[in-house]
Design a protein around this ligand. Sequence first.
Ligand SMILES: [Fe+2]
Ligand SMILES: [Fe+2]
Length: 264
Amino acid sequence: MKSEIIFESGDHKWVVFGRDPQKKNEVIDTNEFVIINNGEAMILDPGGIEIFPQVLSEITKYVSLEQIKTIFASHQDPDIASSLAMWLDLIPDIKIYCPWLWTGFLSHFGMGVNFTLNGIPDEGMEIKIGNQGSSVFAVPAHYCHSSGNYSIYDPKSRILFSGDIGAALIPIDYPLYVDDFASHIKYMEKFHLRWMPSTQHLRSWVRRVRAINPEVIAPQHGAIFAGANVTKFLDWLDNLEVGKYEMGAETTDINKTIWLKWKK
Ligand SMILES: [Fe+2]
Ligand SMILES: [Fe+2]
């Protein structure tokens, strides 16, 4: 698994982990982010069980286990947080924040470990990175794609972690940052058209993010948007009509099959 520092100023740092050449082909590639502030660390979307050993060995090149204080899970998907029990096993007092809507569901990843999930309210909240020092903000991103979902904004670095918004299914050797936005669209379009269920909620997320005015948008899959590409990305989302997947007909072949086999 590769890692790179994407922001560093004083005692504040962001590191991205991903582009894992060791992962199985059928496992979708994910980006994990770690914010280190004042010697304490927070992991954003720690990832799935399948990649836990690689993530752990790469993260501990930057911080010791004792320094990792907080985990944020943007939503309930297995690629986001199915590794929770492993992290809890190593760091029993780690604080986990996730959407309140998914606390009962994410608890299924517990594997017998005792833990409490801190539910983020619908309107979002401020979350401390560690026990002292700076905070980040959980910004509502409901229905983008999950019904209970948040981005994370860090005012110190002006980076917005966008979860699955901006996700791109890219080749493993793709650059970390989006270069030519127009040619990047082909890696994002199908993902957004199928996984994002609501144009209305996507538009409100874009409005919220424009008001925050981040310098960088970092998604959980694919490449990072920086500089002029942040505005290009938000403009692209503002013109996208999602949630339109059509089966083509009210009744489908499966109806015919059922009727033919079970008509008597
Ligand atoms: Fe997801
Ligand atoms: Fe994802």
